[in-house]
Design a protein around this ligand. Structure first.
Ligand code: PLP
Length: 437
């Protein structure tokens, strides 16, 4: 009715006048109002519904407004809404215990942060302090967050205007569809990407390198599932030179791949693990670093030179406890694996057979990308204007998409049903059918 439409207009008006937005030109304000949500769906004030196949920024793994998490936040708010990080707080200990329970043996401690960027910031700091070395190697196809070292560790364009931190170098990771190594098979891609990393390590000076920082499955860069042997090979190269391995599980962790951690699917044990997003589905901002016992022992007698006012914030901690308990008791991670294998994979494969604009489908769990191309032979990316038109058309049909460069990332909450996958597939199908190659 008119009143609720007025609220949508009021929201747009206030936003355009007073809110300064991330990664965008401020003169073209978004028109998309979201006022409420439930599960895989969100609504504006007037009740216009969207099927959320973005999980927002690929973080709402448990779905919107999970009742157990919402009540845990309310209960904690009634008890204690904030407390200094130097105090002992039961919710914090319970959250840390549940997180390390999913980590490899020999990782007993968690340093809590406000999100993913500062998780990487502090992992980088720990690696430098532990090794006494400076350099951090990371890939060009990566995103690690928007703070001092994290944005310079990032490989994508967002690093370029923000390069104020020192001690970073980059390399290419595996990406068979657009191979930097002229590879034809996953095995070749893996082997050649490792040879390239070996040469970068040798050329940067192995004894100066503190850590290799990798997204286990690079997310925003295109859901680049690593080929067989790659992560184990990186671990071997690190071990040969006393270099630490930091795995960034901010987007890939806590169910996204159909596993608790993405690295559970590979023969690799990281020294430091960063997380955020899925750990509590972003209901309260939170992130952290899981620290190996060897590294945390450095700080048994020495002061750790780092901290945050909101490290281990009680509302965030209560939301983590409730999220991880619900994910466990409701089998949400197992569901993500199953719905990925049984519903999403076949649906997207069929779409790709039908639409030549889909150059490649890749992913696992609820973590997928459709790579859109102007020409399937040359694999030239679909131009940005056409990708923008597709985005608008999906929204118009009530599907909230995640678009990055020339890709649609199919990244619904872990709780998505086969029926919702079918509903989304019909929308992708209709819109991709309008693309003229
Ligand atoms: N690392 C990865 C892999 C991410 O995808 C992101 C965010 O998209 C970050 C780090 C940064 O997290 P935050 O935005 O919570 O700082």
């Amino acid at each position: 009715d008119n009143l609720t439409e007025d609220l949508d207009d009021l929201a747009r008006d206030l936003d355009a006048t007073h809110v300064f937005h991330s990664w965008s030109a401020q003169g073209q304000p978004s028109q998309l109002v979201i006022a409420s949500g439930r599960g895989c769906r969100v609504w504006d004030h007037s009740g216009r519904e969207y099927l959320d196949f973005s999980s927002q920024l690929v973080n709402v793994n448990i779905g919107h407004q999970h009742p157990a998490v919402v009540s845990a936040i309310k209960e904690q708010a009634d008890l204690l809404t904030t407390i200094a990080p130097s105090t002992v707080n039961l919710a914090r200990g319970e959250a840390a215990k549940r997180i390390v329970a999913r980590a490899p043996k020999g990782h007993s401690k968690v340093f809590f942060t406000n999100g993913g960027a500062d998780a990487n910031e502090n992992a980088i700091r720990l690696a430098r302090l532990h090794t006494g070395r400076d350099t951090i190697l990371s890939t060009y196809r990566s995103y690690h967050g928007n703070t001092g070292a994290a944005i310079v560790a990032t490989g994508d364009w967002r690093r370029i205007p923000n390069r104020y931190a020192r001690g970073h170098a980059h390399f290419f990771g595996p990406y068979l569809y657009r191979s930097e190594f002229w590879a034809d098979t996953p095995e070749q891609e893996s082997e050649r990407a490792l040879q390239h990393l070996r040469r970068v390590i040798e050329s940067e000076g192995p004894a100066t390198i503190a850590a290799v920082l990798l997204e286990t499955v690079p997310g925003t860069a295109g859901v680049l599932v690593p080929p067989p042997g790659y992560l184990a090979g990186v671990r071997e190269l690190c071990d040969a030179h006393g270099i630490l391995l930091i795995l960034d599980e901010v987007m890939a962790g806590f169910g996204r791949t159909g596993r608790w951690f993405a690295f559970d699917g590979y023969d690799v044990t990281p020294d430091l693990i960063t997380f955020a997003k899925g750990v509590n589905s972003g209901y309260i901002p939170a992130g952290g670093v899981i620290i190996s016992d060897e590294i945390s022992a450095d700080f048994d007698a020495h002061v750790f030179p780092g901290g945050l006012t909101y490290s281990g914030h009680p509302l965030a901690m209560a939301s983590i406890v409730a999220t991880l308990d619900a994910m466990e008791s409701e089998g949400i991670v197992e569901h993500a694996r199953q719905v990925g294998a049984e519903a999403i994979a076949p649906a997207l494969t069929e779409l790709a057979e039908k639409h030549a604009v889909i150059g490649e489908v890749r992913g696992e769990g609820v973590f997928w990308a459709l790579e859109l191309v102007a020409d399937p032979e040359t694999r030239a990316p679909l131009p940005a204007a056409e990708v923008g038109r597709i985005k608008g058309a999906l929204l118009e049909r009530g599907l909230l998409p995640f678009i990055a460069d020339n890709r649609i990332h199919v990244v619904p909450p872990c709780v998505v049903t086969a029926d919702e996958v079918a509903e989304a597939t019909a929308i992708y199908d209709e819109v991709l059918g309008t693309v003229q190659l």
